[in-house]
Design a protein around this ligand. Sequence first.
Ligand code: N01
Length: 549
Amino acid sequence: MSDSQTTVLDAVVVGTGMAGLYMIKRLNDRGLNIQAVEAGSGVGGAWYWNRYPGCRADLPIIEYSYSFSKELQQEWDWTEVMAGQPEIEKYLNHTADRFDLRKDIKFNTKVTDAIYDEAANIWTVTTDQGDVYKTKYCIMATGCLNEPNYPGFKNADSFKGDIYHTAQWPREGVDLTGKRVAIIGCGSSGVQAIPQIAKQAKELIAFQRSPIYTFPAKNAPMNPDFLAQAKADYDDIREQQLNNEMGICNYRGPKKPKDPNAAPKPRPSKKIMDITPEQRKQEIEDFGINVLTLYVDTYYDPEANEIACELYREFLQDYLGDAQKADALSPKNYPLHCKRPVIDTEYYAAFKRDNVSIVDLRETSVEEVTPTGLRTTDAEYEFDVLVYATGFDAMTGTIKRLNIRGRDNQLLADQWKEGPRMYMGLQSVGFPNFFTVTGPGSPSVVSNVLHSIEQHVEWIDNCIGYLQENNIKTIEPELEAQDAWVEHVNKAAEGSMMTAPTCNSWYLGTNIEGKPRGFMPYLAGTKTYREECEEVVEKGYEGFKLETA
Ligand code: N01
């Protein structure tokens, strides 16, 4: 039912990335009257916005793809083991078309407000295009990495050349041929972009404040036989993903029958502390530098971790053969496994090129941006293009910027001032019928995020179905349950390198000035979390308040 300005709906879905698309499909299948709103001109979310050169998945795409449709699984042919952004964007467009989802999406439109009317039990969602949606359910599928972070350098606007952010790369692409380019940041985005930009640009200067631990991605073209076998094995692959705490099964193709006469395959040691310094070097030689990520003790024992870090730095010295460059690129003063794991394709090789240099921002700091480049405390740098690979105000940035008001007109951003407070990463107290897909307090970004997205979308959809069928007006968490969950999430992160005192990361919010330090995702694992979610439902939505109509 609509008048000229207002549309009355059952549900509004904000965002049409991997989460939003599946959410639309589920709610359509349920027969609800819905509207999705998308800021971009196309679907894909993170895979729409992040189109910088080199952008690709960091998990095998066989497992980082939708599991909800067997037909989709069978009909889509991936061309690389870790697919690139263009291919993933194409896949998501295909998904939108295949399930006829576009009809429900309003593109080039940003939600600005979502305001709850307690008496009417209705959310009023408004957009920057003047749309007004009156809806019973509001679902934020805005993703965890959506709001780009621009460092607040002095005189940032004075630069006369071109400025780009990896997370807002122009759709038409950027020709960097013959240009002098500066790139700031070396998280996953910078590490993927640097080798590609280095190939095009006349000169590339990488400004790095926290050089990263990164490991070879081992991407390759997809072998058609492997793909065919994976398709045949998909039921088993998905089952194994469900039984893994990261939502990853590391599918390696068909299991070969064991040859009883074959010599046992060499395997790396379990703990770095169990082997001698000579054995550690031998294992790096035998299994590659990635072996450092396999020693379990490096994840919880600071001494084991520091040994691994030192071996990493030595490896870098040997590989680069340039002590000064290696020193500038060496991660120091924070543990391995603190930040999100980064994998790369020829990242360090790029620094062997004559046109690539590094500025170590631990030794000098940025004073200001100038019309022709950037001035540090040590020197002035001139370039034509400035690329920010400086990440995101992650997990809470997008939601906190919106005018979301629940009961008693309270602002969600106020409730989250000291850090996000959610029950199970799904809902916040005082915001009935308002859901967040992969919200803070759920495994989301510390898992195969698409696996976590599917679980959340299904939980939310089933919950809405339950409310509809049982004539329940509202669902929202109980304060005690929410407080206990936040505590539980904090406990799960204790003792991890991700929360070590010397660790800073976007998981902790420390990349954004003024953001309170706190580990936002839930580290207990996807299997554990799914079982907890199922138990809550089995116990009649334990920890949630349900109000009947
Ligand atoms: O962002 P980041 P990202 N001065 O926050 C630096 C996902 N992703 O876009 O560490 C100087 O990791 C900052 O330095 P520091 C993935 O989950 C996935 O790279 O704060 N430097 C850091 O080096 C990933 O984790 C893929 O000291 C400044 C960098 O900028 C997440 O997105 C690909 C600075 C930011 O790194 C974010 O990755 C890409 C300043 N003022 C992204 N401010 C896949 O592979 C920030 N930095 C699927």
